[in-house]
Write a protein that binds this ligand. Structure first.
Ligand SMILES: [Zn+2]
Length: 168
């Protein structure tokens, strides 16, 4: 786990910049959404401002998703750059101060950032609701079933039943 204690860091620096390589097991991406197989490269730049911290997050990596139409797995590039503002839980006073163009995360302890958590949150938000292996994926076809059977032999009794129905 990569924890950044911003209070400590900003006692001696005005800007914090660092590159990290995050292992899939540390990112702990939810298995029902997809599977991260390769380490992620992350670059973080943090500056302090009046209400909290401005965090620039640059992520390079991909996740394996299941196509919602044809059910094949494919790799989706999730590389992205994000700017976030990290604040403590809003009080009436600071609520109106948040710049609207920034994404805001509220932290219980705004001076402590867990990098894996931050990255996981961004990646989850970038996974499409209905992932597609390619924009024009046409889903499962009878041909696909037959091809699969010819190539590798029947794996599933449904293929044989389907083939019988089609050949009548
Ligand atoms: Zn597909």
């Amino acid at each position: 786990m990569t924890t950044l204690n911003l209070k400590e860091i900003f006692e001696s620096f005005d800007v914090f910049e660092k590159s990290y390589v995050l292992q899939p097991e540390d990112v702990a991406f939810p298995a029902e959404l997809g599977d991260i197989k390769e380490p992620l490269e992350v670059f973080v730049k943090i500056t302090k401002d009046r209400d909290g911290y401005r965090v620039n997050l640059s992520i390079v990596g991909s996740v394996e998703l299941e196509c919602s139409r044809c059910l094949s797995t494919f790799s989706k590039d999730l590389s992205q750059e994000r700017e976030k503002h990290i604040e403590s839980y809003p009080t009436e006073e600071n609520l109106s101060l948040s710049p609207e163009d920034l994404e805001v995360s509220f932290m219980e302890e705004p001076d402590i950032i867990n990098l894996e958590e931050l990255v996981r949150e961004e990646l989850i938000l970038s996974v499409p609701m209905k992932p597609l292996c390619r924009p024009d994926c046409s889903g499962i076809h009878h041909h696909a079933f037959l091809f699969e059977e010819e190539k590798e032999g029947p794996k599933d009794p449904r293929f044989a039943i389907l083939k019988n129905l089609l050949s009548k």
